[in-house]
Design a protein around this ligand. Structure first.
Ligand SMILES: [Zn+2]
Ligand SMILES: [Zn+2]
Length: 335
């Protein structure tokens, strides 16, 4: 039906997404209406579903790895034309005036808006997005481009915060790590992949993507790491990763939510080891990252689901039923 769309809506925490037919959003001033071709399914969406992350208001349309094209331009939008292929990521807006924004840390802006959280996201056939926070995408397949917009970008920012490192451990080998591992390999780094203990299938997947070593997160790598990047939402991995990095090395937590970190002796941090987290991303990260991806010839493992099967995709992500990333394809759904 003209002017209506299908969306997967979450009415509150602990629920399931409900399929609804709702009016298409109208782009406000400075916004564009995006027709969604593909939207990646991220672990953050599970955290919203589970109530680990509480949005400012309900209901929520999740989804922040959006690839689509410009369907309508709001007032005052310049530099885009109808049909332009664009990407919409987690950072959907920032104030541009606060001390963080002025320092180039818009990812930390207290008034930042987030796609699929405080703004409607891409688990829908259309979404309205701020034109100044939308990416023009390089050529490529929609399906494999979608996971780059969060898993790829956050993985890349996590890596950059680690500083100089040749031997890099990746804890949790899902969507983010499988993209980053390929970028690291192109840059000549040695990748050590840590999975749930006994998950030999994922360890084999990591080796296929170029990991020098793959094992359980309860194992020590064959040599000390310069940096360990944690993508699994498991606090117990923090002391494990600290134990695996050399003096002067760093541990960076890439997730937006993590279970509590258990007590650990100071000796694990001693020796100028550094521990920090990554929050969100900046537009500059995006520009940089898409330049790097063009040089890296990434092989993205994707699993398509119709929009109406979003609950199934989230269940499969939770249960670890696939390697790589799940992607919704709203274009194939009827309204
Ligand atoms: Zn700000
Ligand atoms: Zn995400």
């Amino acid at each position: 039906m003209e002017n209506y769309m299908k969306a997967m809506v979450l009415d509150g925490p602990g629920g399931r997404l409900v399929e609804r037919r709702i009016p298409r959003p109208r782009p406000g001033p400075g916004e564009i209406l995006v027709r969604v071709h593909a939207c990646g399914v991220c672990r953050t969406d599970l955290h919203i579903l589970d109530g680990d992350l509480v949005p400012p208001s309900w209901p929520v349309i999740p989804g922040h790895e959006v690839v689509g094209h410009v369907a309508t331009l709001g007032d005052g939008v310049e530099g885009f034309s109808l049909g332009t292929r664009v990407g919409v990521a987690w950072l959907g807006g920032a104030c541009g005036e606060c001390e963080y924004c002025l320092r180039g840390e818009e990812n930390l802006c207290p008034k930042a808006e987030f796609t699929g959280f405080s703004r409607p996201g891409g688990y829908a056939q259309y979404l309205a997005a701020r034109a100044d926070f939308v990416y023009r995408l390089p050529p490529g397949e929609d399906l494999s481009m979608a996971p780059l917009l969060c898993a790829g970008l956050i993985g890349y920012r996590t890596w950059r915060l680690a500083g100089r490192a040749e031997r890099v451990g990746l804890y949790g080998f899902g969507a983010a790590a499988h993209i980053l591992a390929q970028i690291l390999r192109v840059q000549g780094k040695r990748v050590y992949a840590f999975t749930r203990p006994g998950d030999e299938r994922t360890q084999a997947f990591a080796r296929r993507l170029g990991a020098a070593w793959a094992g359980g997160s309860d194992e020590m790598p064959p040599e000390p790491l310069d940096a360990a990047l944690i993508f699994a939402p498991v606090g117990a991995l923090v002391p494990a990763a600290l134990a695996a990095v050399r003096p002067g090395g760093s541990v960076v937590c890439g997730g937006i939510h993590m279970s509590d970190i258990p007590r650990f002796p100071y000796s694990l941090l001693w020796g100028e080891r550094r521990l920090c987290s990554v929050a969100n991303l900046t537009r500059a990260d995006g520009v940089d990252f898409f330049r790097v991806t063009r040089e890296s010839r990434l092989d993205i493992a994707t699993h398509p689901y119709p929009l109406g099967a979003a609950n199934e995709a989230l269940d499969d992500l939770r249960a670890g039923r696939f390697e790589g990333a799940a992607v919704l394809t709203p274009e194939t759904d009827d309204v």
